[in-house]
Ligand binder design. Sequence first.
Ligand code: EPU
Length: 302
Amino acid sequence: MRIENQKVLTALLALEVERQESVSLAELTYLGIGGSTDLLRIRKHESIPTLLELLDQHGIAHKFLGGGSNLLVVDGELPFVILQLAQPDKDVVIEGNFAKVDAAADLGRMVTYCAKNDLGGMEGLIGVPGTVGGALRMNAGAYGTQIGSYVREVKVYRAKERRIETLQGDQISFEYRHTSFAPDDMMLAVKLELPSKTYPEILKGIRLCNEKRRASQPLGQKSAGCIFKNPPGGSAGRMIDELGLKGFHVGDARVSDRHANFFVNAGKASASDMLGLISSVRERVQSAYGVKLENEVVVWNA
Ligand code: EPU
C-alpha cells in the first residue's frame, strides 16, 4: 500500500514519523518471504494515538512489526502499511535489580547487557531472535525460561482504549506462547526484575543454551523458529519427525532436516509454498495422531 495523500504525508512529518516507501517484507523477516508496502517508523511513543487516529480517518489499514523473526507474510502488494518503533539511542537502563527496556531493543543484546550488569535469569532466551516487544507479546521462551516471569510493568498502546497505559505485571497473564494483550495492542517498553548473578555464572548458562540450540536447530537457515506450538504434553517436532517428514517440501518451503518443527525457506519459497507446507503437515499430524497443531508462527494474510 502506498500512502499518497498529501495531508497524511504532512501530518506524518509533524509527528516525526519517517516513511519508507515500498519496503519488501521479505527483507524484514527471518523467513525471507513477503510482499511490499510503505513502512512508518515511529520515533516518539507519544505520537502513536494521533498516528493511529490519522490512519483510521483515512482508511489506511496497518500492522505492527517487531523484529520479524516469527512472522510469515503473504506475497504481492500488501493492503496495509507497517508500523515499527525506531530504535532509541539507549534502549536498556539498569536500576538495581530492574531493567527498563524499550520494546524495540534486540532481545539477545538486552540479555547480554543485563548479564554484563550482573543480572541473570534470562540465559535461556539468548538465542531467541527478535525484539523485546515481540518476545513480550507472545511470552517467548526457551530452555525453561520465559520472559513473562520477569515482567513487572509494561508500557503499552491499548488499541481499544486508544491510549498509552502502564500495566503492572499482575494485570497481565503470561501463558505458554500466549499473553492477555489484545492482538492490536502495541508493546512500547517493559520493566523487568531480574535476579542478581555474577557475569561468569550467567555466561556459563548462556553458553550451555547456545550449545543445545546449535545442536538441535537449523540456525544458519531462513526460518521463523518453531512453526507450531507444542500440544499439551507433546512435542510437535517429534511427531512431525516420527512421520518421516524431515525434508518434505512444497516448492522451496521445506521441513528442516535438523528440527522437524522448523520450516525453512531453502531458496525462493513463496508465502503460498510455506502456507501449503504448513497445512499439509498439519493434516498429516492430525490424521496420524488426532492432534490439530496450532500455529506458533504469526501469519499476515492479505
Ligand atoms: N525432537 C525430535 N525430532 C525433531 C525435533 C525434536 O525427535 O526433529 C524431539 C527432541 O529429541 C526432544 C523433543 O522432541 O526430545 C523436544 O524437542 P526440543 O528440545 O528441540 O524442543 P521443542 O519442544 O521442539 C521448544 C520450543 C523452542 C525452544 C526449545 C528449547 C516450542 C514450539 N518450541 O522446542 O522454541 O527453542 O523448546 O527450549 O515451544 C520457538 O518458539 O520458535 C522455538 C524454537
